[in-house]
Write a protein that binds this ligand. Structure first.
Ligand SMILES: Cc1cc2nc3c(=O)[nH]c(=O)nc-3n(C[C@H](O)[C@H](O)[C@H](O)COP(=O)(O)OP(=O)(O)OC[C@H]3O[C@@H](n4cnc5c(N)ncnc54)[C@H](O)[C@@H]3O)c2cc1C
Length: 399
């Protein structure tokens, strides 16, 4: 593996760093307190070409390689992991179209994201089907005219309140079917102009093609408050055969493909957060003096900083290995995706918690960003497969 970055990758890094330095970190605590959806940053990121990373060259005119994608997400996450979660969610929803859609489907369902700053949602989790998604009961059933009728409810869906397109995983035929399908449901496109802020409201979409989508009020979360998360109900939504991606029985395989791509991206989110926590703590402990010494020079505190640095470096190595494996289309890429996700989640939680501790009482106040990072870090160990599920995947592969 060659860890040196090419010119393109370095350019992407510089672009994102500029956005983070000028528009995110100086205002992040104020932005988070206001709890307002960060359309402004999403729009800027779209103009800079650093979201919609999985859209292929045939649709976008250029393509962003997987290593650059991970680096972009890591750098954006250094600014805020709620914003990067929202941005990355477009890829979580759209990568299945990039990987398994026909040319016509790519044009129909990916092109709108190139033309306007729109958001997408990936709808997998249900109230009774979290880690065990085989228990989902949302289903679509074929009608006499060849179309399908989709019914069911999803929960914890990122971007749901602001999305212009929903990628939905559902059962086929009946709620207890062994077959799952992946369908794409575009709705009337909404940008920051049409839908600047839903506040605490629900959103109802009556589809011109038939059926209704109801989005619950945004969840009030411990952290990542700048990302939007809500439940969704699909009621008699008409699905045309062309909205089904790939084979309508292979949805489970497509979920695995999506998550093998997306888990390293979550690792990049965790790594960005861990690095931010380390940098803030280094800065604080270099300034604060106790016992006539800078805190960073007290031996036990120095050990803690060293432990934080090691976690960050190990998470970065695990991430790079995972993305190189994807780039090489290695058959064992999945296990490295799980390793990267767990290693980065561990780094994020460790660095945020130890970092908060090294800030003393100040770290426990909302005035210091480290307290926000400690809240944000927990979700990295949960979404896109909890830690135990990653360990289950690794265990299954190595035995
Ligand atoms: C902010 C946020 C954003 C999200 N975004 C999306 C999204 O965009 N799309 C989407 O589809 N979903 C999304 N999710 C859902 C997320 O992926 C699930 O919450 C996650 O997969 C866990 O499912 P669960 O919450 O039902 O927990 P459960 O599956 O009920 O698990 C609870 C706990 O049980 C334990 N456990 C579970 N399985 C095992 C096991 N096999 N072995 C041992 N212990 C186990 C773990 O400790 C786990 O934390 C999001 C969630 C949040 C909070």
């Amino acid at each position: 593996m060659d860890f040196s970055l090419n010119e393109n990758q370095l350019n992407y890094l510089e672009t994102v760093r500029k956005l983070v330095k000028n528009d995110i970190t100086p205002h992040i605590l104020e932005m988070e307190k206001k709890h307002k959806f960060p359309w402004e940053i999403i729009n800027k990121a779209w103009e800079m070409g650093i979201i919609n990373l999985c859209i292929p060259e045939s649709v976008k005119g250029y393509e962003i390689d997987i290593i650059s994608s991970a680096l972009i997400i890591k750098e954006l996450s250094y600014g805020d992991t709620g914003i990067s979660t929202s941005a990355m969610c477009n890829d979580l929803a759209n990568v299945v179209v990039s990987q398994h859609g026909t040319d016509e489907q790519k044009e129909l369902y990916l092109k709108p994201f190139v033309e306007k700053p729109l958001l997408a949602s990936f709808c997998l989790t249900e109230p009774n089907a979290g880690s065990d998604n085989s228990m989902m009961t949302s289903f679509m059933v074929k009608q006499n005219d060849g179309t399908y009728l989709l019914n069911g409810s999803k929960c914890f869906i990122t971007n749901a309140s602001y999305a212009s397109q929903y990628t939905v995983i559902c059962k086929v035929g009946k709620p207890t079917s062994n077959f799952m399908a992946c369908v794409v449901i575009p709705v009337e496109p909404v940008t920051s102009k049409e839908l600047p802020d839903v506040g605490q409201s629900t959103r109802e979409i009556n589809l011109s093609t038939g059926g209704k989508i109801t989005i619950g009020k945004p969840e009030d979360k411990l952290g990542q408050r700048l990302s939007n998360t809500a439940s969704i109900t699909f009621e008699d939504v008409i699905v045309q055969p062309q909205q089904i991606i790939g084979d309508r029985r292979f949805g489970f395989k497509y979920i695995v493909d999506v998550l093998d791509y997306a888990r390293p991206m979550v690792a990049a989110i965790g790594l960005g957060l861990a690095k931010r926590a380390l940098d803030l703590t280094l800065q604080y402990t270099q300034e604060r003096v106790q016992f006539n010494q800078r805190i960073c020079d007290l031996p036990v505190a120095r050990d803690m900083l060293t432990a934080m640095w090691k976690k960050v470096e190990l998470a970065e190595m695990a991430l790079l290995k995972a993305v190189y494996k994807i780039q090489e289309k290695a058959p064992d890429a999945g296990i490295y995706a799980s390793l990267a996700k767990n290693t980065a989640a561990e780094a994020a939680l460790f660095c945020a918690n130890e970092g908060l501790h090294l800030h003393g009482g100040y770290g426990f106040t909302t005035e210091y960003e480290i307290s926000k990072l400690a809240r944000d870090a927990h979700i990295i160990d949960i979404y896109e497969g909890v830690r135990e599920v990653q360990n289950m995947i690794i265990g299954r592969e190595i035995v």
